[in-house]
Design a protein around this ligand. Structure first.
Ligand code: ADE
Length: 224
């Protein structure tokens, strides 16, 4: 998979170079290209925003630099083009899985009060929100989405992490995990996990998943 990101704050994406995603990028499990929208501004001061027509507070990102940046990185419109916005479709695990099947993704990160609507109307395939709250820009939302999508790309996760994935993909919240020591500050690990009885362990874990999901997210059980 190839991912293009268009942003006014390319350095924010440095944090993706850490940890699991960073290792996957080093091993070229997927390609991530970060483009600075400002490089495409034809304004002599490289300005990328202006006052909104009709008045109101804040600034709006101007169409020219974004249009030229999009056309430069995706000239043949092969990418699924996504604009991060609180007005978009809410990200979910099933949407993450769907996006992971694309060969080419393009993320446009907005800032200020938004981007000129004509860019969204003519250049964008989908608006995506990561939840019902407003961030200062699309960059963090973009990184969240890339992180979640990358987990589905072959070779990004180690085998132990992939099995974690399976236990979440049944649509329930994760069961509790324990590691050594067996007793910590007087708190013991549940006996069944030490039994070596894999059938019983599986049953216990599934029950824990049901319990915690019923308690915290009963909405997830509605269509079960
Ligand atoms: N930009 C600002 N807030 C956002 C959100 N919640 N999701 C996606 N992009 C955003």
């Amino acid at each position: 998979m190839k991912i293009e990101v268009l942003t006014l704050f390319p350095n924010m994406f440095d944090s993706l170079k850490e940890s699991v995603i960073g290792k996957a990028l080093d091993k070229e499990k997927f390609i991530l290209n970060i483009t600075d929208i400002r490089d495409y501004s034809l304004d002599k001061h490289k300005k990328c925003d202006d006052y909104p027509f009709g008045g109101g507070s804040g600034m709006v990102m101007t169409p020219q630099p974004i249009f030229d940046a999009i056309r430069a990185v995706d000239p043949n419109r092969v990418c699924k083009r996504i604009f991060l916005s609180p007005k978009g479709k809410t990200l979910s695990q099933s949407l993450v899985e769907e996006l992971s099947k694309e060969d080419n993704l393009l993320f446009l990160c907005g800032h200020y009060e938004g981007v000129d609507q004509r860019i969204i109307d003519s250049e964008i395939d989908m608006e995506l929100s990561i939840g019902d709250y407003v961030l200062t820009g699309g960059e963090l939302a973009c990184m969240v989405t890339i992180d979640a999508v990358a987990r589905y790309i072959d070779g990004v996760l180690g085998s132990s992490e992939s099995t974690m994935e399976e236990s979440f993909s049944n649509g329930l919240l994760e069961y509790p995990q324990y590691t050594r020591p067996q007793n910590f500050n007087g708190m013991a690990v549940p006996e069944v996990l030490l039994s070596g009885n894999h059938k019983e362990i599986e049953k216990w874990r599934y029950n824990e998943q049901l319990k915690i999901t019923k308690d915290r997210r009963p909405d997830l059980l509605e269509d079960k």
